[in-house]
Design a protein around this ligand. Structure first.
Ligand code: AMP
Length: 306
């Protein structure tokens, strides 16, 4: 039940109305891998970093049993950098800076021992790199893909090419509207699924997530939290929990995807409680189980029609 993940490994500068953090370890694949590592011990990363990516950053990934053989270190290069500022509602943000650095001319090579991965998560990164990685995997059971407005607007044709090979696509509501060209999310879902993915998950930040599959739709709320400190990585953490649960259970039915959405939402709710990946490093299985139980309480209701 190995999960192969490609995405960014990054240093982030984050500003929220309540604090700031600089040079914080982040990146889409970092969050996905940390989150998925709570569900399987076969998490494999493909990516690239610069000489500023120190042993302590690798140690952090290894402490969660994440395999980093697929991460290339460019000794005279700099790691990807991103800077963002959150608005007062903590649900919207502006990207202040994106520096691709070593990702600009990265030609991914998937190690031989990763090529039979059953589950593949194409984290937010250049869609051309996502496809290059996918081309090297022999027969994945399930391919999940995430992206961001940066790539939807910057490389739309390449993204559409990648989407033809994707089973489950995860994006947020504003990105869905940009990609589909339609303001209505139900219509957007139809338009985007016609691009390839049979299943679409639209994240709505603090308002939960919608799952579209066949003719069926499922909605999962986000847990109302008193402390939202830093939403960076919440979407990736969600994806990591989702694919982690699917890989652990090896069940790709719609019913199990509904459970996976709740698991992903529970993982994302931890991520936002502290800056960067900090909270994701502290939790344990008991914390996750009790958070999932809170979700069950939140959405469990009986209706008696009179
Ligand atoms: P999320 O909050 O889930 O959208 O993920 C935020 C993470 O994505 C941050 O840690 C960033 O380093 C990373 N990120 C931001 N922009 C990009 C981009 N254009 N390509 C790849 N990763 C990015």
């Amino acid at each position: 039940m190995s999960i192969l993940i490609v995405g960014s490994l990054a240093f982030d500068d984050i500003e929220t109305p309540f604090g700031q953090s600089f040079d914080t370890l982040g990146g889409s694949s970092t969050y996905i891998a940390l989150s998925a590592s709570y569900f399987t011990d076969q998490v494999e990363l493909v990516g690239v970093v610069g000489s500023d990516f120190e042993d302590k950053h690798f140690d952090l990934l290894h402490s969660r049993n994440i395999d980093t053989k697929g991460i290339k270190k460019v000794e005279d290069g700099k790691t990807f950098r991103w800077a963002g500022r959150y608005h007062y509602d903590m649900n919207t943000r502006d990207t202040l800076d994106t520096q691709l650095n070593v990702f600009a001319d990265f030609d991914p090579h998937v190690p031989e021992e990763y090529r039979d991965a059953e589950f593949v998560c194409l984290g937010n990164i250049d869609p051309e790199l996502q496809l290059k990685v996918l081309d090297q995997i022999s027969k994945p059971k399930l391919v999940i893909c995430d992206t961001m407005n940066f790539w939807i607007e910057g490389k739309p044709a390449e993204l559409k090419k990648t989407l033809e090979h994707v089973d489950i696509f995860i994006i947020n509501d504003s990105e869905a509207r940009i990609l589909s060209g339609d303001p209505n999310l139900v219509k957007s879902a139809r338009i985007i699924r016609a691009m390839g993915p049979k299943t679409l998950i639209i994240k709505k930040g603090e308002h939960g997530a919608l799952l579209f599959h066949g003719e069926k739709v499922f909605f999962a709320p986000a847990l109302p939290l008193e402390e939202v400190f830093d939403p960076t990585g919440a979407g990736d953490t969600f994806a990591g929990g989702f694919i982690g649960h699917i890989a652990k259970t090896k069940d790709i039915s719609f019913e199990n995807m509904k459970t996976a959405i709740i698991v992903g939402s529970a993982m994302a709710s931890f991520c936002v409680e502290k800056f960067g990946t900090q909270r994701l490093r502290e939790i344990n299985k008991a914390d996750i189980d009790s958070r999932i139980a809170e979700f069950v309480q939140l959405v469990n209701f009986d209706i008696e029609l009179i």
